[in-house]
Write a protein that binds this ligand. Structure first.
Ligand SMILES: C[S@@+](CC[C@H](N)C(=O)[O-])C[C@H]1O[C@@H](n2cnc3c(N)ncnc32)[C@H](O)[C@@H]1O
Ligand code: SF4
Ligand code: SF4
Length: 385
């Protein structure tokens, strides 16, 4: 198809989709309908591989950092500037209100434990009131769920709690997280699951960060998750942030990892349970077609300081909300270059080793190392590629 025909086809498709959305929402002209239109247009623009977007992303992540009460062995750690309700009101809301009103979800995830923030109850109450229809996603190590008021507020409007548990028993959990609170966390999870029965909120998912110490526990973990009544187990490979993390990477335990995935998957299938796994080792690009990474179209991560990233892996920033409005960054040269590289090539420097770019990158150690400039060189010094 030549360019003119292609563009005509795109215009027609777009007109059709907008027409159908308009018909669907004709009677209910509310904020929700504006969101629905945006989400449909966003799906469409992603599917068509558009470089300049009229839609805004379906999800936004906010670097909502707060102090941590744990020192997990795989965590990067750090001393970031803490998030607060005031920061949300003064910085994020004015700059992102037109985006937030049209997202499907907002992910409050930074370093540490946001749910331990002072006055967290006031924050949760505020966002519940302000954005009831947006799915508010909180990631936690589970310890803050001891707070009954927090539990209650999590059931009050659309939300999801991702609990990074990583193990099905207290011994392994302690080894990974260096805290001795497995039994308490499990009882809070049970409480949350039973409380949400009446309201339907929140979704409760468990995170299992795959590493050499817990990989063989994965099938048991799935069984354990089923017994807790949670909705899903999400597994991610551990990113290597420093030299001490190298030995924890399952890159060095590939057969055992694949075997564990297989068992866990069989279990999940038998029990009709949702399990999300990353690509297996040995996967061959000829046999698997990796879908186009959707993050530069459908997601945007904004750090507490205002720097904008396209995903949780990117090596650098695409812009700064301190100095430019969101729309300018979203359709700025950096974003357009990234989208264009994903569609037409050449490989973008940040994406070329990413497993979301090509799933067979899982077979390359570079996909397991943090993508920030200088990290790979430092970790791989002396390593033969
Ligand atoms: C930084 S934590 C912050 C939220 C909360 N403290 C928690 O642990 O869930 C967010 C997520 O990053 C994951 N994480 C920590 N270290 C990681 C690593 N080296 N590679 C990949 N994910 C990691 C955690 O397991 C958690 O699911
Ligand atoms: S609980 Fe989360 S932020 Fe804290 S050390 Fe563990 S992974 Fe890092
Ligand atoms: S680094 Fe990976 S996740 Fe991020 S935009 Fe590139 S392919 Fe997508």
């Amino acid at each position: 198809m030549n360019t003119e025909l292609k563009e005509k086809r795109i215009r027609e498709l777009k007109a059709n989709i907008i027409d159908s959305v308009n018909k669907r929402v004709a009677e209910v002209v509310t904020v929700l309908s504006v969101r629905e239109k945006n989400l449909l247009l966003n799906d469409f623009e992603y599917a068509m591989g558009k470089i300049t977007l009229e839609s805004t992303p379906e999800g936004v992540g906010i670097g909502a950092h707060y102090r941590c009460n744990t020192r997990c062995i795989f965590c990067l750690g750090g001393r970031p500037k803490f998030f607060s309700l005031q920061r949300y009101k003064d910085f994020f809301e004015p700059r992102l209100s037109s985006v937030i009103s049209k997202v499907r979800y907002i992910n409050f995830c930074g370093f540490g434990e946001l749910l331990l923030m002072p006055d967290i109850e006031i924050f949760l109450d505020y966002v519940n009131e302000k954005i009831p229809d947006v799915n508010k996603v909180y990631t936690t190590n589970g310890t803050p769920l001891v707070n009954n008021e927090v539990l209650t507020l999590l059931t009050k409007s659309k939300s999801a709690v991702l609990i990074s548990l990583h193990a099905s028993n207290s011994q392994l959990h302690r080894l990974l997280t260096r805290i001795n609170t497995f039994d308490q966390i499990v009882s809070h999870i049970k409480q949350l699951v039973s409380m949400r029965k009446c309201q339907g909120h929140p979704t409760v998912n468990l995170i299992f960060l795959i590493n050499t110490l817990n990989i063989e526990n994965l099938p048991d973990f799935v069984e354990f998750a089923v017994s807790l009544g949670v909705d899903e187990v999400i597994c991610n490979y551990m990113t290597i942030f420093n030299l001490s993390h190298l030995k924890l990477s399952c890159f060095f335990k590939q057969e055992i990892t694949n075997e564990s995935f297989k068992k866990a998957e069989e279990f999940a299938k038998k029990l009709k349970f949702k399990l999300k796994l990353p690509p297996r080792f040995g996967i061959n690009s000829q046999h698997s077609k990796t879908p186009l990474c959707s993050d530069p179209w459908k997601y945007c991560y904004i750090e507490n300081e205002g720097s904008v990233l396209p995903c949780c892996y990117a090596g650098d920033h695409l812009g700064y909300l301190e100095g430019a409005d969101f729309e300018t960054i979203w359709n700025g040269a950096n974003y357009k270059h990234l989208r264009s590289c994903l569609i037409k090539g050449p490989d973008h420097e940040w994406c070329k080793y990413c497993q979301k770019y090509r799933s067979d990158n899982v077979n390359d150690i570079r996909s397991h190392i943090n993508f920030r400039p200088g990290f790979r060189e430092k970790i791989l010094r002396g390593y033969k590629l």
